[in-house]
Design a protein around this ligand. Structure first.
Ligand code: NAD
Length: 291
């Protein structure tokens, strides 16, 4: 039996921890929120009142925290000095590449293996155990992490060295944001030029303009498969989270002097969209800014 410590039982972490329990892992969990801990006890986790207590004796630590500063604090001030040398550290939060590399470097200096393993897929995939993991770290650490990640997801990909998982995640989401905006503006133009949205969908989804944002996640109500547009943009992937990921992509781009004009424009659009009170709506609600 592998003993796992799980830190961060929010919207994503609670579903992930639950899947680990259901796959037979013994999970000790910690979160700042008493409500999150109560919920975790309900699906079979042991809970503790500190991170140190949770990670003591764990063979694997998994974390799912809001942002880079939380990951930095939790690992550097609480985990790295507490766990034994054979403990594998897996951070699944979406954070900046620089912090992922820094924390993994500190862990390595203490003789500990660590991978960054951000996810694609939202809360439904976390609950359903169908996440995709993009993993950065050494081959041996990746092989060690794989059975644990497989218990929470449907696909686990080794992206490269430390930080490569985060790099893959932010590049993917930058592309998604820009392609969603482009999909929205195409539907809007098509409609203004007199095309029926369904007719435009039937053509473009079978032509060179086809995008995932169109065929799987269409931002137009009643067109394509069921998507957040069909429920007034509730649920799905919040615009605030897309804005967060675009900020991380811009930080990554600045750190290597990359030119990302579409990503920059997408950031400006999501910034304005969130300021206008739409942070909690699915990111495809950006179509409303065009109307
Ligand atoms: P969340 O805010 O719901 O959960 C974060 C949890 O971490 C909270 O329960 C909070 O109490 C806990 N926490 C914060 N600081 C802590 C500390 N010092 N010690 C212990 N617990 C602490 O966020 P979420 O939606 O679950 O997202 C988690 C991560 O997953 C983020 O990095 C996010 O960008 C990423 N992500 C989210 C989604 C999504 O759809 N929600 C999708 C993909 C990736």
């Amino acid at each position: 039996m592998t003993f796992i410590a799980f830190i961060g039982l929010g919207n994503m972490g609670s579903g992930m921890a639950k899947n680990l329990v259901q796959k037979g892992f013994q999970v000790t969990a910690y979160d700042l929120s008493e409500q999150a801990l109560r919920k975790a006890r309900g699906f079979g986790c042991r809970t503790t009142s500190s991170i140190e207590e949770a990670v003591k004796g764990a063979k694997v630590v998994v974390s799912m925290l809001p942002a880079g500063e939380h990951v930095d604090d939790v690992y550097i001030n609480h985990i790295i000095g507490t766990v034994t040398k054979d403990t594998l550290l897996i951070d699944c939060s979406t954070i900046d590449v620089a912090t992922a590399q820094k924390v993994a470097g500190v862990a390595e200096n203490h003789g500990l293996a660590m991978v960054d393993a951000p996810v694609s897929g939202g809360t439904a995939a976390a609950q359903g155990g169908t996440l995709t993991f993009m993993v950065g770290g050494h081959h041996t650490a990746f092989d060690h992490a794989k059975p644990v990640l497989n218990a929470m997801g449907k696909k686990v990909v080794h992206a490269g060295g430390h930080g490569a998982g985060q790099a893959a995640k932010i590049c993917n989401n930058m592309l998604l944001a820009a392609s969603m905006i482009a999909t929205c503006e195409s539907f809007q133009l098509a409609q203004k030029l007199g095309l029926d949205p369904q007719v435009f969908f039937d053509i473009a989804s079978n032509a060179s303009g086809q995008t995932w944002s169109m065929t799987t996640y269409c931002p137009v109500k009643g067109v394509g498969p069921v998507s957040p547009a069909d429920r007034d943009f509730s649920g799905g992937f919040a615009s605030a989270l897309m804005l967060k990921d675009l900020g991380l992509a811009m930080a990554g781009a600045a750190s290597v002097n990359a030119t990302v004009p579409m990503g920059k424009k997408a950031l400006e659009w999501y910034q304005a969209h969130c300021k206008e009170g739409n942070s909690g709506l699915d990111f495809s609600s950006i179509i409303n800014r065009l109307q």
